[in-house]
Design a protein around this ligand. Structure first.
Ligand code: DX5
Ligand code: ZN
Length: 217
């Protein structure tokens, strides 16, 4: 932790035909983690990748895999994603009526548990579980697609979450995901974010290392 800002490129915007090469490029370019967006066509209106692709990405890089599960009943698939190489697993609070049980399962399997919130979900939804997580993922777009516009209310939400964590003395990463670029990234970092996810901003750039560097203060 500390004050260092971690950058986690989202492979959702990578060229899937060259996925291993894309992952190696951002690793060489200074990425800290690889962010993997898993979608089920049910919790979100899009379908992406499953454990087999996570396993292939794991073979392509030494970086930790930050697996963001945008799926219903995530507990059904957590073991497979951890086996495939996930270092962190984020589950959405909106998909978990028994949140503690899912977070404990992730930890028992040897990965770091994290909880994700959609932009319209209040922080109070995770307040009772803050002691169980390594990270809170605040969505700054409604999940489902890359390339959407940043929802400005996310900045104040980051600030309030950081205040809640500090008040409890908890060392928890705050990750922001959606519409992060050289303008919005520093704004959420100033508010207390420690991990920035960026998909289209990094993979849409001609120069990946420059795009990654531009996100750090
Ligand atoms: C959105 C995903 C994001 C997405 C971000 O549902 O969770 O990780 O890849 O893409 P950008 O950075 O393009 O908003
Ligand atoms: Zn994501």
């Amino acid at each position: 932790m500390g004050t260092q800002v971690l950058v986690a490129p989202s492979i959702l915007s990578a060229d899937f035909g060259w996925l291993a090469e894309e992952v190696r490029s951002v690793e060489r370019g200074g990425a800290d983690w690889i962010h993997v967006d898993v979608m089920d066509g049910h919790f979100v209106p899009n379908l992406t990748i499953g454990p087999a692709v996570v396993e292939a990405v794991h073979r392509a890089t030494k970086l930790p895999l930050d697996v963001h599960l945008m799926i219903a009943e995530p507990e059904r698939f957590v073991p497979e994603f951890v086996r495939a190489g996930a270092s962190l697993v984020s589950v959405h609070v909106e998909a978990c009526p028994h949140l503690h049980r899912v977070l404990q399962l992730i930890r028992q399997l040897g990965a770091k548990p994290a909880v994700a919130l959609n932009p319209a979900t209040p922080l109070s939804a995770v307040e009772e579980a803050l002691g169980e997580v390594e990270m809170v993922l605040l969505m700054s777009v409604d999940p489902g697609f890359g390339g959407q516009g940043f929802i400005p209310a996310a900045v104040e939400k980051v600030r309030r979450l950081r205040g809640m964590l500090d008040a409890r003395g908890l060392r928890v990463q705050v990750e922001v995901d959606g519409g992060i670029n050289e303008r919005t990234g520093p704004e959420v970092v100033a508010a207390g974010a420690t991990v920035l996810v960026a998909g289209s901003y990094i993979f849409g750039a001609a120069d990946y290392p420059a795009a990654i560097a531009s996100l750090r203060p």
